[in-house]
Design a protein around this ligand. Sequence first.
Ligand SMILES: [Zn+2]
Length: 247
Amino acid sequence: MSNIKVRGIIIKQSDFGERNRIVTIFTREYGIIRTVVYGAKSIKHKNSASTQFLCYADFILRDTGRDMMTFVSSDILESFFPVYEDIAKLSLCVYLADLIYSLINQNVPDNNILSLFLNTVYAICYKSIDNSVAKAVFELRVIAYAGYMPNLSHCTMCGKGEDIVAFSPKSGGILCKNCRSAGDFNINAEIYHAIRYILTSEEKKMFSFKASEEVMDEVIKIAESYAKTYNDKPLSSLDYYKKMSSL
Ligand SMILES: [Zn+2]
């Protein structure tokens, strides 16, 4: 049995027996891993804060040779505590974490997606970014990082560069007026430029754009549809977030 040190953020937790908890950590070193925290449900457990959803920490885990490692201790770097004071923000973070869990394989590091998640949760927690904007930016970028960058340079069907009028999640990019079909999203230049900015800007500037409410409403719809197209598992946390944000 040996101990390992990993840096990561907790993206899921579930009960395991009466007293224990299984904590899923998205780590820099090993991607998504699951660990058992024995005695985690006891109020006196010394590690209760460090086994909470969104806790970002250096974790010491013990590799027991079984399929799950055992939690030993942690050194918290950031707990994103203010998210817990706002149910809409918290439910949004649960949905974003579920999307990652559903999109990427366990035990494979993906530091682009880890960094995107940390920066998005940071913005939701500490900056005045609208929840629905944070959600749209995350959805578009996470699907692109997962390998499905939409084609934004020319019509996805015929390759033409002019008369671009629509965006099609299913076709994976923009379409010209001859190739568009029912169910595609109409786009104008402003919508196109907002999507392009979101997908191509540096990560630290990904929320620094201005768009009118009408434009952003369309971008939000397109981003959600894009995420649903490339993540085929329905996520109940998305419905829950919507319910909580309409209160
Ligand atoms: Zn075309």
